[in-house]
Design a protein around this ligand. Structure first.
Ligand code: URA
Length: 235
């Protein structure tokens, strides 16, 4: 792929477009060993070697990370007060990463972080009904009636009932443990589905989204790049 030197550098987080233009103008950028002072010069991302202020800057078109989101961090790209899921991806190269969908601040688990907008659109499109699997601890005894209600769809105060969800009871006690598979992603959906049957979610963790499963080796706050196979399966 070929692109302008200033875009190349800005995409890779070397500065804003105007900052990198200034750096280029000052002769601080080398392309294949030669100082290049024109920001519009086209760079071949496969073969050219770009050095900005002494540091080699490789180009990555797309990045894909699996994050085990910890509680207490928000699913946003930036925030003046709160820590975001993007802040956790310390090895990121691109500056345009975003989380694919949102988990509540107190929810843990699988979050895909990428800059691949087309993939995000496919995963989030309501028409695609991508499976999302959650593990939850729920205050109160979850019953077979709840299983049946979720299988029909429940009223969470929207125009229509939710799509059917597959509720599996793992432990049914004063605090129950469940696994729930849903095929849509409305705001606070899991919590609202349990509220609809008079119960409260007290812990929530996403285990999978489509073909992508949370790597059990990742502790809360840890992340890793997706493997090629994981990206292929998602795409
Ligand atoms: N459903 C919720 O209620 N919260 C989440 O974070 C994700 C799904």
């Amino acid at each position: 792929m070929k692109l302008r030197l200033d875009k190349y550098l800005a995409d890779m987080g070397a500065g804003t477009r105007s900052e990198v233009k200034r750096a280029v103008g000052k002769g601080l950028v080398l392309v294949n060993g030669q100082v290049v002072k024109k920001p519009e010069v086209k760079i071949d991302t496969e073969s050219d070697c770009v050095i900005c202020q002494g540091q080699e800057i490789g180009y990555t078109e797309y990045e894909y990370y699996m994050l085990n989101k910890p509680a207490g961090v928000i699913s946003a790209t930036e925030d003046s007060r709160e820590k975001t899921v993007i802040d956790l991806i310390e090895s990121r190269k691109r500056k345009d990463l975003f989380p694919v969908g949102r988990l509540d601040k107190d929810t843990e688990g699988l979050l895909l972080i990428t800059n691949d907008g087309a993939l995000a659109h496919r995963l989030l499109s309501p028409k695609k009904h991508v499976d999302k699997v959650y593990y939850a601890k729920v205050q109160g005894v979850v019953t077979q009636e709840d299983v049946q209600a979720f299988a029909k769809g429940v009223d969470i105060g929207e125009e229509r009932l939710t799509r059917p969800g597959n509720l599996e009871i793992l432990a049914s006690n004063a605090i129950s443990e469940i696994r729930l598979t849903i095929h849509e992603g409305k705001f606070h959906q899991v919590k609202r589905m349990f509220e609809a049957v008079g119960k409260q979610v007290i812990y929530l963790k996403r285990l999978s989204m489509g073909t992508l499963k949370l790597d059990e080796e990742l502790g809360p706050g840890e992340y890793r790049p997706l493997t090629e196979k994981e990206v292929e399966q998602l795409c």
